[in-house]
Design a protein around this ligand. Sequence first.
Ligand code: SAM
Length: 417
Amino acid sequence: MGRRGHKKQKAFRRATVDAIRKARLEKQKGANGEPTTATNEDQATSEDRPRVSKYEDIVKENALFEKYYKTMNLVPDDEWDAFLAALKEPLPVTFRVTGFRTHAFAVMHLIRERYFQPLQSSTAIEKPKELVWYPGSLAWELNLSRNQLRSHPELQKLKEFLYEQTEHGNISRQEAVSMIPPLVLDIQPHHKILDMCAAPGSKTAQIIECLHRDESNPIPSGFVIANDVDNKRCYTLVHQVKRLESPCFAIINHDASNLPNLKFDNGNISFDRILCDVPCSGDGTLRKNPDLWKKWNPGHAFSLQSIQLRIATRGIQLLAPGGLMVYSTCSMNPIENESVVAQLLQAFQGQISLVDISDKLPGLKTIPGLKKWCIIGKNQEIYNSFEEVPKNMQSLARPNMFAPSSDVIEQLNIERW
Ligand SMILES: C[S@@+](CC[C@H](N)C(=O)[O-])C[C@H]1O[C@@H](n2cnc3c(N)ncnc32)[C@H](O)[C@@H]1O
């Protein structure tokens, strides 16, 4: 299709989106007297959505969870109470402005002038907060729960604008932490990129935007292959990404731990950048999924480590020399994080090394990974080494789930992770 045809198609799509949006708003107005705000993350499958409707009924306590993380000093002692209190607060609304830079800056300018400016005089609302580590002042936090956002009249216009612009693809309602892995991948337009566990696709969309960031070159030489094992979730991924209309993108549906070699120019593709955002127990999402307070138990991490390690191992095998792979989870558990990374470093010793990213996103607060941790049993019993684990638990809590010895840590040159 030629250029004109493409333009026409775009105009048609925009008109269609407008019509759909209008119809939806009308329907919602009829149903509850006011429209609601949709998000990219709302388009995710039920697994990614908050899992219960009556959050206020949930007791946000879990003795096992608290003992486990407190015993291992996940956060410094004097920060523990604040940490726990923060986990019980609703997740703030965060969004980033998408697309080519000139366009994104124009949208951001409009948001500031038309929507943020009038909020400055309000005393009832906390002012929008910039996510300072996100390049170009294009990502913001509205320190309000979704409920508050709905009920404050001052925010009504902003709410509708966010809804509209999300539909048009100018804004992505994405959690702040979810924006970090694509940023530290440092993507260039010529990179061959693999997103191993990609659905529902908010990070994939961000990666594709980075690939296309050179406005003078609409068709970069690099490409993105996004994979997910779950066929239904692959459809969510299509929905998330197709609005970007990138010609440099393909989706595959495979077990990432067993991903076949992919051919390109008669050779196997090795990737310059890989995102390995593995399935995890998700206890870093307690604020979004408060029912995890009831469900959290140490067994989730035990059962997930093996697949996490196998997926990451396959990722490294597919990585080009000099390439970068980001391993990420939304769990705080060292069994799913530090332990997996330590095993990768041991298995590929001399071939891979850790990259210190603590200064890559100025303004982002980071703490180093743990070098020591424990494992907890169902009855709150703490094990500091495999030797302490009773026989009936040894098939679950494996030796490699404990921290490597200080000799190994030194040998692997892990100063900060
Ligand atoms: C944490 S979510 C990924 C979130 C996604 N990267 C994003 O930012 O929107 C983990 C994904 O891994 C997928 N998954 C689970 N096991 C997998 C496997 N063996 N191979 C590939 N994907 C897998 C799940 O279907 C799920 O979509």
